[in-house]
Every structure is written in C-alpha cells, then in structure tokens.
Design a binder for this molecule. Structure first.
Ligand SMILES: [Zn+2]
Ligand SMILES: [Zn+2]
Length: 580
C-alpha cells in the first residue's frame, strides 16, 4: 500500500466512526482506499443523502483531533463475533477470514474500533491534512457488488496529500463535466440512444458517422502503406469457434447468445481474432505468403452489466479497428515496428503524440511465476527483447511492466493523456503464441517442414466509440480540421446580393478538398447563422458582406477570433496546406 492509500483508508475509518457517532444504528461494512480517495459502505436505518455529508464531515474533522495511532489487536473469531454482534456483514467477513485460517485483527483509533487487515498511517493527526479531504457524494452499492445482496449506502470521499491537490482535482473534474462527451455529443448531434434499441447500443447520426468514417479512412490510408489487406467477417459464429480458441469457458456469460432454427449454438462475436484465423486457414500457406496482414473495422458485442454502461466510453456494441498479422518469428520485429509507425502517424495527426502526452507499457512476464504463461520459453524471451528494442529504437517513452503480459504473449500498450491529464489506453500491439496452435494453423517453411505462425493482434484507435468519447472530451468538441464533419460554413450577410461571390468561394474550397457548406437560405437571419456556426463548433466560418464582395476578400472567423481582408487564394492555399 502506498502512503496516500494508507491515508485514504485511514480516513475511511474516521468516516465510519463519525457516522456511528451520528447514527448509532448504522451497520458498517467495508471502507477501502480508491483512486482519488476512499469510500465506506454502510447500512443505515435512516436515508442518507448528499445534504447529510456536511454534518458527517464536520463531525469527522472534530474527531480527527483525538486520532493518532491505529492500535492493532489480534482476536479469536468468537471474540470478533461478539464485538460485531448484530452486524451480519462483519459476521460474514469474520466467517471468511476464519475459513481461510488468517488472523483476525481489530484496529482502534480514537474510541473507534474496526475489523481490518491493516494499512493505516502511523499517526493520523500528524500525517493527514484534514483540509486536503472532502466527503464527495452518496451512492447505492450492493453488498460485495452482487445484485442479489442488500443495497447499501456508499459514501465517497476525496483525499489528497495537500489542499492544492484536492482543489486541482475538483477543478479538473468540473472541467471534465463541461466537456462530458454525452453532453457535447448531444449538443453537436453526433449520436443518440434509443430505449427501443437498448442501453449501451449507440446510434450514430450522419455527422457522428462522418467522424467515424474519417478516423477509419485515416487509419486505412496509413496502414495500406504497410501491406494490410481488408477482410470482412459475419458478426455471429457458432460457439465452436470460441471452444477451440479457449475463450468459451471464460467469456461465455459475457456474450450475446443467438437462437437460430438449428440446434447449433450461435453467439454475437465479442472479438474478431478467431474468425480471422479461419481466413488464414482457408488455404495452405507457405513461408513465402507471410506475413499476412488482415485488417477490418467491425463491431463486436459484449453483454456488459447495465450499471457499467457509460455514454460511448462503455458500450455493448464496440467498433474495433482490428488487425491480425500472421507471420514467422523472424517477422515479429518488422511487423511490430510497422504497427508503432502507424500508431505514431495517427496520433501525431491527433496532436497527441507529444513528449509527456503518452507512454507505452511494455508488458512482459512475471519472472517469479513463469509457469502461468503458455508458449515456447525461448520464443517468449526473444519476443520480449524485440519489443524492448523496438521501444528503444523508436525513442518511445516506455515502461517495462512485469507480470502485465497476457498468458499468450507480451505486448506494447499505448497510453495517451487527454487535455485534462486523464490516461486512455488506445493503440496496442500484442503477440500471441497460443491461438495459432489452438487452431492448428500452419505454414510450410523453406525446408518443407510444417510450422506454427505467430499471430499479432493490433489496434490503432481501439474502440471507435471510446475514441470518439476521448476526442470530444480532449478537444471539448472543437475537432481538429481533418476530423471536423463540417470544416467551413460560408455565411453571406445578404444572400441575394452576396450569394454569387459566396458560391465562387464555396466551389474553390470544395475543389481544394474541404467539407464546406454555403448557408444562403432566407429562413434564418445572419446573426442566427453565426450562432449556429459557433454552437456547432465549426472550425471556420466565412462572412461575406459588401466590403468582401467589392474587394474580393474574405472575413474568416473561428473560435480564436476574426481575420479580415484575406484573399480567397490565400485562404484556399492555407486550408489545402492544413488538410495535408
Ligand atoms: Zn483499516
Ligand atoms: Zn485479436
């Protein structure tokens, strides 16, 4: 446990203590440290809402003065049961600890004692700044996360080392709320949800679809330089496919099952890799055919818990820009290098591949527990070295993370920071030494022997839904020029007088490859059109009035302000340049 985690968990104790003081009938359960703070789950005999938090917080601050050390005491199961008599939650925990044969410890600070495994500060009063703490909100939570269990009240708190850190976090969270992709996505009309279709199943409007297409086009254009070929697979499969791949036992409860006319068991695909192995396996392969690089942007379906769904960031229909490479071990370096180049080029276009804005996690085996990994040890060793070499040669900001590799191969995961400093795991290159063998994939080597190919899974944007959520929040809805569904709107002040000149400009911009619209209808006045351009966060809108028409110039506006007296040629050239 890190020191801040100890602080957070220690304050959770204080929360339970203060709550019991105010509401003695409360049954306290568990109070772990979490990111940014802590929570404590309790069963109240009265209803608690956000408005009660002030009172609890005040009591906590008062009590904190008498808290210093956490005294621990090991007790027998029966002593513990006696202490927590009437609290069925604690009794359940005590039974469990007893069954595991672990010691039962009680920790006391001030006059409050809790059942706990430990992980506290040495001295509460000296180490914890109570100004760097705040009770945050009340939520419901099932006991132990199981919906068959009683619903408890969860009180969340925030806690940091200093008040400055707390304030900074609160400010950032405020900004995140303003940028929430669900809010901006609605304002910009990019996607919608329908109760008739179901939760977690977003529907994209023409504008939202345009953005998705732009992302996919960009990735396609970059990866086609590296020999990727597109494939296309159905969205359902017999369950046999996952029984062979080994995913069935682990994931069958998270899949959508499809009932057909036959007895065969069908499911919606939760991933594409096993399908792609079957494209590979359709023909005998020779080492001369490799590498084969299959790419496809396609939806997968996962039956996520309804409570876990969140806008576009957690959905049940996920569009992956997926790719699978089948190659020999000798190809690994070149192929992963190419994936790194693709990811680099794509995120450079997003202006996210700057120092300090990303890092790469190089996930390798846990050297203490090599048995849990499947595949040839020598190949693993070699592959881990190759991935690290690639990270070094590309000057990637990488961290070697032991024990993070999947059981079937090591990987590079690209983590990007958005404008609010939040990390998103997006692109990935993942080696797989297991699936090809499970599907008995083969190629003939140059000596005529049968060999098993290596499979590399890769994604650039990852999930297009999550990527759109990130883009909206990162840019606060102001997409970069290449990603804006509409790039330029031309607004003549008086369409009947300035319309002809405006149309000339529209044509020139369209020929230059820009997505441009001329807003020359008479329904809305000039002011309303300008407001619309602003609200839709269009990168540029051009104003054409008498002055512009006479001097054959443009007035260009963007969120950054106004530029006057630009010649049409000058603007067209600058747009062409930016679109490159
Ligand atoms: Zn504790
Ligand atoms: Zn895959």
């Amino acid at each position: 446990m890190t020191h801040i985690e100890k602080k957070r968990h220690s304050i959770a104790h204080l929360l339970a203590a203060a709550t019991l003081k105010l509401y003695p009938d409360t049954k306290i359960t568990l109070g772990p440290a979490i990111e940014h703070g802590f929570y404590y789950d309790m069963e109240f005999s009265n209803t608690i809402s956000d408005s009660d938090l002030k009172k609890i917080q005040k009591t906590m601050k008062k009590m904190a003065n008498s808290w210093s050390t956490f005294e621990s005491k090991e007790v027998s199961p029966n002593e513990a049961r006696e202490f927590f008599a009437g609290n069925e939650y604690k009794l359940e925990l005590i039974d469990e600890i007893e069954k595991k044969g672990e010691p039962i410890t009680l920790y006391t600070s001030g006059d409050f004692t809790d059942l706990c495994r430990g992980g506290h500060v040495e001295n509460f009063k000296e180490e914890i700044d109570m100004n760097a703490f705040k009770l945050d909100r009340v939520a419901g939570a099932y006991w132990r996360g199981d919906e068959n269990n009683p619903m408890l009240t969860r009180i969340y708190g925030l806690a940091f080392d200093t008040k400055e850190e707390l304030d900074e976090y609160l400010q950032q969270r405020d900004e995140a709320k303003k940028r929430d992709h669900r809010k901006i996505g609605k304002e910009l009309g990019l996607f919608t949800f329908s109760e008739k279709v179901g939760p977690g199943l977003p529907l994209f409007t023409p504008k939202g679809t345009k953005i998705r297409d732009l992302v996919v086009d960009k990735i396609d254009r970059i990866q086609s330089q590296f020999g990727y070929e597109k494939v296309c697979i159905p969205h359902i499969t017999k369950s046999d496919l996952y029984k062979t791949s080994g995913h069935w036992d682990k994931y069958k409860d998270d899949l959508f099952h499809v009932k057909g006319k036959s007895d065969a068991e069908f499911v919606m695909k939760p991933m594409n890799c096993p399908h792609h192995t079957q494209v590979y396996d359709a023909e005998p392969r020779s080492y001369r055919d490799l590498p084969l690089r299959y790419a496809e942007t396609t939806m997968v379906y996962r039956d996520e818990q309804a409570g876990e769904l969140m806008g576009l960031s957690r959905v049940r229909s996920i569009s992956q820009d997926d790719g699978h490479i089948f190659c020999t071990p000798d190809h690994i370096k070149q192929e992963v290098n190419n994936i790194v180049s693709i990811i680099k080029e794509f995120y450079t276009a997003m202006d996210m591949f700057n120092d300090g804005d990303y890092w790469v996690s190089l996930s390798v085996r846990d050297s203490q527990d090599l048995d849990k990994y499947i595949g040839d040890d020598e190949l693993w060793d070699k592959a881990e070295i190759i991935l690290e070499d690639i990270a070094k040669e590309n000057n990637l900001h990488y961290k070697r993370v032991e024990g993070e590799a999947a059981f079937y191969g090591p990987k590079l995961d690209f983590q990007f920071k958005d404008a609010l400093g939040r990390e998103w795991q997006l692109g990935t290159a993942q080696l797989d030494f297991v699936q090809p063998a499970r599907f008995e994939l083969e190629y003939t080597d140059n000596e005529g022997n049968k060999q098993t190919p290596v499979m590399i899974h890769r994604a650039v944007a990852g999930s297009l839904e999550r990527f759109m959520a990130l883009s909206i929040e990162h840019f606060a809805g102001y997409f970069p020029l290449w990603l804006a569904p509409l790039q330029i709107a031309i607004i003549p002040i008086k369409p009947d007088i300035h319309g002809d000149y405006a149309e000339t400009i529209r044509q020139a911009l369209q020929e230059a490859g820009a997505r441009v619209e001329l807003w020359d209808d008479d329904h809305d006045g000039f002011g309303k059109k300008v407001r619309r351009a602003k609200n839709e966060k269009i990168p540029y809108w051009i104003i054409i009035g008498d002055e512009e028409t006479d001097s054959k110039t443009l007035t260009i506006e963007s969120k950054n302000g106004q530029q006057k007296n630009i010649s049409m040629e000058e603007f067209v050239a600058s747009i062409q340049d930016k679109l490159k």
